[in-house]
Design a protein around this ligand. Structure first.
Ligand code: CIR
Length: 261
């Protein structure tokens, strides 16, 4: 199993009641705070059942989107990077996450310029793809690229399809050679050299999954993607994510997974 899909721990944050005011690209209905919290609990159980110990930070009502901790930092085996989220209302989410990460990391770098959301950064095990998006700008992408290269990783700055919030809204690294992705992202050629499992049309939201300790956590409600992954030999566990999806949240967005080393 590739290192980048093996994890010992995860960091999450409880959704605040203000999650109903979370940012969204469309004009969809508000999530229900109670149902969101219930689905979040199930999500935490699914992570624990996958063999990680989960640290859960208290809710932060001042930041409606703060449940989506993935956007605030990156976690590698030997170091973490605290990011600068691109939405102004999310800039203050990083402090509590940075403090919590010191439980695992002696080395924590900080992005010094521009903006990057963690949802735009895909570590494939071979390289780190940094997707330019509405949230991740060229200055931030280059600054992150420099940090990662200094740690011996191989960064590559790429494009996110128009209208897609984050690069990882449309992609997941299943293992070092295989990517789960939407056709609209795969068609860009960004994954040339990888085996791509394309989610069937109409199931685009299933492209955001989590490959963790030999299983794939997949949002519930995407039977064709589930069947494709099962056929390909993956162990699939579904998690109801309908509430986070109302505000553009995928499964990966709600935790930072800490690799073992
Ligand atoms: C936002 O727009 O920032 C949140 N409502 C959703 C963030 C989802 N995060 C992610 O894809 N990594």
């Amino acid at each position: 199993m590739a290192l980048h899909t093996q994890f010992i721990a995860a960091l999450a944050k409880r959704p605040a009641s203000t999650v109903v005011n979370g940012l969204r690209t469309g004009s969809g209905s508000d999530p229900d705070a109670g149902e969101f919290a219930a689905q979040h609990e199930q999500y935490l159980r699914a992570l624990e059942d996958s063999g990680v110990s989960v640290m859960v930070l208290p809710a932060d009502p001042g930041y409606p989107d703060s449940v989506f901790v993935e956007d605030t930092a990156l976690c590698f085996a030997d170091f973490a990077v605290v990011l600068r989220p691109g939405a102004p209302t999310r800039a203050g989410e990083t402090a509590s996450v940075a403090e919590a990460l010191s439980a695992w990391y002696a080395t924590i770098d900080h992005l010094e310029a521009g903006h990057v959301d963690g949802g735009d950064v895909l570590w494939t095990g071979r390289e780190v793809l940094i997707g330019l998006s509405q949230r991740t700008d060229p200055v931030g992408a280059q600054a992150l690229s420099d940090v990662l290269a200094a740690h011996g990783l191989t960064p590559r700055i790429v494009e996110t399809p128009p209208g897609v919030l984050h690069f990882k809204s449309d992609s997941t690294s299943l293992d070092e050679s295989t990517i789960l992705a939407t056709t609209r992202l795969d068609d860009s050629g960004v994954f040339d050299g990888y085996t791509v499992l394309a989610v069937p049309l109409g199931e685009e939201a299933a492209a955001n999954a989590i490959s963790i300790n030999g299983r794939v956590l997949l949002p519930a409600g995407y039977p064709n993607t589930q069947a494709m992954l099962l056929d390909a030999g993956y162990d699939v566990v579904t998690v109801d994510n309908s509430q986070p999806q109302l505000i553009d949240g995928g499964l990966s967005c709600m935790s930072l997974r800490i690799p073992g080393n």
